[in-house]
Design a protein around this ligand. Structure first.
Ligand code: SF4
Length: 222
């Protein structure tokens, strides 16, 4: 943990600039914590619009009980639009079995130590680091920073010397930001938004709110 007096202020500056530009994006776009869990699994290796189609196929019936009781083939058919549907049907079953240990009760999960729950999720089939942290942060409001390829790309370009592996980047963000669920929630959403709008593989630096301070601004645009 970095002493607050020694914090790298670049991250806060990025947060403030992105927040001023995009505002609070009110993530995660889901009606219930369980829908967040399902979305976090289904979004692996596909676009969000495909996830929305898969979730819409549940109709008004997206609940842990529905997934727990569904036949695996039937479940795979429901989530087909998200791709890798046979694999993801198994993953949904696995994460739902984990949630059943808490009687599908969100406060029961929240009352456990974060690292314990994180360890359980990481031991669950199909749940990697990013998915686990997305579930913890957005379904259970637990303060863990979500790192994704967009975060690593932004840090590499800006640049911020966070390292590149998941644990190092996460530790850097958590060590240099206030430990706050709301803050982590908003910041991750802002990074994703800017990566999609501007800091793409081939970036659109003109109009990027971070352009004033980003050292890579324009290097990709000439
Ligand atoms: S200025 Fe360009 S490289 Fe820098 S963050 Fe914005 S889009 Fe990415």
């Amino acid at each position: 943990m970095v002493n607050s007096l020694n914090r790298d202020t670049k991250l806060l500056s990025i947060y403030e600039t992105l927040f001023a530009h995009y505002g609070n994006l009110h993530w995660w776009p889901a009606k219930t914590p369980y829908e967040v869990i399902v979305g976090a699994v289904l979004t692996q290796n596909t676009t969000w619009s495909n996830v929305e189609k898969a979730i819409a196929n549940f109709g008004e019936d997206l609940s842990p009980e529905t997934v727990a009781n569904a036949d695996l083939i039937e479940l795979a058919e429901i989530i087909r639009p998200s791709g890798f549907f046979n694999q993801k049907a198994n993953y949904l079953k696995a994460v739902t079995t984990w949630f059943a240990k808490y009687d599908y009760d969100v406060p029961a999960v929240r009352s456990e130590p974060l690292e314990k729950v994180r360890g359980e999720l990481l031991s669950t089939k199909g749940i990697g680091l990013e998915t686990a942290d997305a579930i913890l942060l957005y379904a259970f409001d637990l303060p863990t920073f979500v790192v994704d390829a967009y975060t690593i790309r932004l840090c590499g370009r800006y640049p911020i010397d966070t390292g590149k592996d998941y644990a190092t980047v996460k530790a850097y963000f958590e060590g240099n930001l206030p430990q706050s669920t709301e803050f982590y929630n908003i910041f991750h959403a802002l990074i994703v938004m800017n990566a999609k709008a501007r800091c793409r593989k081939k970036p659109l630096c003109e109009g990027c709110p971070l352009g004033e301070r980003c050292k890579k601004k324009g290097n990709y645009c000439r």
